[in-house]
Design a binder for this molecule. Structure first.
Ligand code: FAQ
Length: 311
């Protein structure tokens, strides 16, 4: 390890500045970033599935157009993130293989089913809400390409969050059946959305290193608390109840206390045994196989253009 390069790296991290692709970096810094950015990219593209499930059944043309745009944004986020990972020396094809073979993860949240139209609202409100809470600090991550990708992703996700909130607001103020649908979807997604922040700090394998490297700026539990504090008043504004009897304001802490998360369920979902894990991965693998001809045509086209440029 070149001592001067290591010194420069440490100084950049200590000053809160950015590491760029051509800069020297320690192997474990590179590996941590590849792991996190790849998992993040995989989450974006697997995350298209639960909502895409409702595109053909959206309740109006306007809702359908908005939902198509949102799902398309998620594909775009996946592409920025794979590109950011590629600056670290891995190829998108390798990363996709790792996803398809179950060697890299994607967010637990996308292994739950979308049973009603209200789920589309709750995904925007809670899932995008949790994603923003986690990702706003990543705009200050020490690795330049990841931090810059997060700026645009967060802007788009803020829009996603508002569209979900608005869907739920309409349902929560609609007929008794619509209200019940909004409450039921909230009941099903609340706990899984808290699991998006990862295991408790004491059990988080990577947190200490990621925080020392300026990749993570806040711990899993800190961000989870920040999210709960944000959504309690939002649930009130919607007239919906969060399904946690232990949820109450703690004036000493200046935060909401909340109940125990079912970590056994989280572990099962991470092991591949959530309600939709198999369906999500097999759908992804099939989409990849069906897209083979597109990749082949793109390669042939690029080769033809390169040949023409030579002459
Ligand atoms: N699900 O040591 P830690 C979105 C894994 S938002 C699955 O604490 P770390 C937008 C973890 O990877 C969702 N796996 O790990 C959208 C590690 O496994 P490994 C994506 C989880 O990295 C909205 C092990 O457990 N957002 O897609 C989960 O320090 C709507 C130990 O955990 C991001 O990825 C989980 N919930 O902290 C799209 C944000 N939690 O690698 C469509 C960026 C933990 O050893 C529709 N990522 N694991 O095999 C991060 O901030 C971090 O990676 C954490 C985990 C906070 C997720």
């Amino acid at each position: 390890e070149p001592a001067a390069a290591r010194e420069r790296f440490d100084a950049v991290i200590a000053a809160g500045e950015r590491i760029e692709p051509r800069d020297w970096m320690p192997d474990d810094y590179r590996a941590t970033l590849v792991r996190q950015i790849a998992q993040h990219a995989h989450s974006e593209i697997i995350g298209m599935q639960p909502e895409a499930n409702w595109i053909t059944r959206a309740p109006s043309l306007k809702r359908k157009a908005v939902l198509i745009a949102k799902v398309q944004d998620e594909a775009g986020h996946g592409l920025y993130l794979y590109s950011a990972a590629e600056t670290l020396g891995v190829s998108r094809a390798e990363l996709l293989d790792m996803l398809h073979e179950g060697r890299q993860k994607y967010s637990s949240i996308f292994n739950y089913p979308t049973l009603t139209w209200a789920d589309v609202g709750v995904i925007g409100w809670l899932v995008d809400g949790a994603a923003i809470t986690n990702q706003v600090p990543l705009c200050r991550c020490s690795y330049g390409p990841y931090a810059r990708a997060m700026v645009r992703v967060c802007k788009e996700e803020s829009f996603h969050q508002r569209q979900g909130f608005e869907i739920l607001h309409v349902l929560a103020h609609g007929t008794p059946e619509q209200r019940a649908m909004a409450q039921d979807a909230t009941d099903r997604w609340y706990w899984p959305s808290l699991m998006m922040f990862g295991p408790p700090d004491a059990e988080s394998a990577h947190s200490a290193r990621s925080m020392a490297y300026g990749i993570k700026r806040f711990s899993n539990d800190e961000l989870r608390q920040r999210f709960v504090d944000m959504i309690v008043p939002q649930a009130d504004a919607l007239g919906l109840t969060l399904p946690d009897p232990d949820l109450r304001w703690n004036p000493e802490r200046g935060h909401y206390d909340f109940g125990e998360i079912d970590w056994a369920e989280f572990t099962q979902v991470l092991k591949g045994n959530g309600p939709c894990n198999r369906q999500r991965l097999s759908h992804r693998r099939a989409a990849h196989a069906e897209g083979a001809w597109v990749r082949e045509a793109a390669r042939a086209h690029a080769a033809k253009r390169a040949r023409r440029a030579e002459h």
